[in-house]
Design a binder for this molecule. Structure first.
Ligand code: RAT
Ligand code: ZN
Length: 455
């Protein structure tokens, strides 16, 4: 077995220094009234890397959701169901998946016009496949999805979404997923793994025994050598799945440094391990977990976080790189300010409650004004395969005028705009900033010989 990642140790070279320059620069300038068309054209043609999803390569079994019932029972829509129907959470929970989908379809698509972002998304997916969008039931859609074969369906969906790759969320303590990796799940060129650490960092008290049962010498309080053992566990999983980054979602109350199991494991296991394997750590900050447990996954909310923890991490761990997304609208501006201070910080995406056109517009404008093209504007967070069709369509639709305006303002200030400027800028936003920040190409180069996860 070849150890893969520690060849890329060391200080991060900012993307700015490594972004690819055009081989043959075209210097023909664009007339101001052409800029928006060219931006739209290029946004359509540049295949995106979707840097955070909950989609899975087929070899990981049933955790990869797709099809109409999963689309309609998306937890964003479950939250909306209870506002437009008298069904209770208990009643809803007792239904089969199909019955749940029927209840949501009736309440949000038949009895009401589907105007919310998440509801319009389902309409856009049905429409993209030429399926009826106003029918009283889901019969046609169910027939259609039942006739698809997953491998070719994935290819078609990615093509329709304008995506080349999706980054997964792989939790090594997920009992529905880990066994597939342990048996050497077949890799897929369109899916990149991520080592997700929520169970370890946020719910250690419920999961430390899983590590213990696998032969790691850990204890409930995560003292006396536990961190060294967690590091050994992470090394094992880095070798096994070759993640493009490690990731954790964090509450609005997240503090670092502090005296806690999470902070100790972060400092002594996760950060050194990311450094050793040359990969970034993704921090998704600002969740208020389970403010309404009755509605399950739909029951999380948002809170403003103290981003001084991000400041501390970026300053005190200069050999680590941090991908950061924040859930609260109030935290977006300070995240941009910190990104101006620290080149080892990469803001990404408009996460979850932020992924609505009005807020995406505001955040993206702010980011371009403060950071130029040195951020990652969006990820889909798709939980169901076909969602990428509407999520990336909506992103392109919202961002086209904003990005076009950015170039128009530059032209008005006296610097002519070329097609090459636009191609280069958009490629950075939707591909190469992520590739450089994760040093993905170097890492993948090392793994070309690997057909299965355990080689
Ligand atoms: O957006 C979502 O679907 C959330 O439920 C979360 O999964 C979040 O994106 C996360 O990755 O924790
Ligand atoms: Zn997510």
């Amino acid at each position: 077995m070849r150890r893969r990642l520690n060849i890329v140790q060391g200080n991060y070279i900012p993307a700015m220094a490594t972004g690819t320059l055009p081989e043959k620069p075209q210097t023909d300038t664009l007339k101001p009234d052409r800029i928006e068309d060219v931006v739209r054209e290029m946004l359509r043609d540049i295949p995106v890397i979707d840097v955070h999803t909950h989609l899975y390569m087929p070899s990981l079994g049933a955790i990869g959701l797709w099809g109409i019932d999963s689309l309609v029972t998306y937890h964003y829509l479950e939250a909306e169901l209870f506002r437009s129907s008298s069904i209770t959470a208990d009643e809803y929970r007792s239904l089969s998946e199909r019955e749940k989908a029927d209840a949501i379809w009736r309440a949000l698509f038949v009895e009401n016009a589907p105007v919310s972002e998440a509801a319009r998304g389902v309409v856009a997916v049905l429409n993209a496949f030429g399926l009826p969008v106003s029918s009283p039931d889901l019969r046609d859609a169910r027939e259609f999805f039942a006739s698809r074969s997953l491998e070719s369906h994935i290819e078609q969906v990615f093509e329709m979404a304008g995506m080349s790759e999706a980054v997964m969320t792989n939790d090594p303590l997920d009992p529905d997923e880990a066994p597939f990796w342990e048996r050497g799940a077949q890799r897929h060129r369109m899916f990149h793994p991520v080592l997700r650490l929520d169970r370890i960092l946020n719910r250690w008290d419920q999961h430390w025994q899983r590590l213990e049962s696998q032969g790691y010498n850990v204890d409930r309080a995560a003292v006396s050598g536990s961190a060294t053992e967690v590091r050994r566990f992470l090394a094992k999983w880095c070798e096994r799945i070759r993640p493009v980054y490690m990731a954790v979602s964090l509450p609005d109350t997240f503090q670092f440094p502090e005296e806690s199991v999470r902070a100790r494991l972060l400092r002594e296991a996760v950060l050194p391990s990311c450094e050793e394997f040359g990969i970034p750590l993704s921090l998704m900050i600002g969740v208020r977990y389970q403010v309404n447990p009755a509605i399950g996954l739909a029951g999380d909310a948002v809170g403003k976080a103290d981003l001084r923890s991000v400041e501390f991490l970026c300053r005190e761990f200069p050999r680590n790189r941090f991908l950061v997304s924040v859930l609260s609208r109030e935290n977006q501006h300070e995240l941009c300010v910190y990104a101006r201070k620290f080149a080892n910080l990469m803001p990404f995406g408009c996460w979850w409650f932020m992924n609505n056109p009005s807020i995406v517009e505001e955040i993206t404008r702010e980011r371009v004004e403060m950071l130029g093209m040195t951020f990652i504007p969006q990820h889909s967070d798709a939980r169901v395969l076909e969602q990428v069709i509407y999520k990336w369509r909506n992103t392109r639709r919202t961002l086209a005028p904003i990005l076009a305006n950015t170039y128009r303002l530059m032209a008005e200030d006296g610097r002519p705009v070329t097609r090459e400027d636009i191609r280069h800028g958009l490629t950075r936003l939707f591909r190469s900033n992520f590739e450089s920040f994760t040093q993905m190409k170097a890492a993948l180069g090392m793994s070309n010989d690997a057909g299965s996860a355990n080689q």
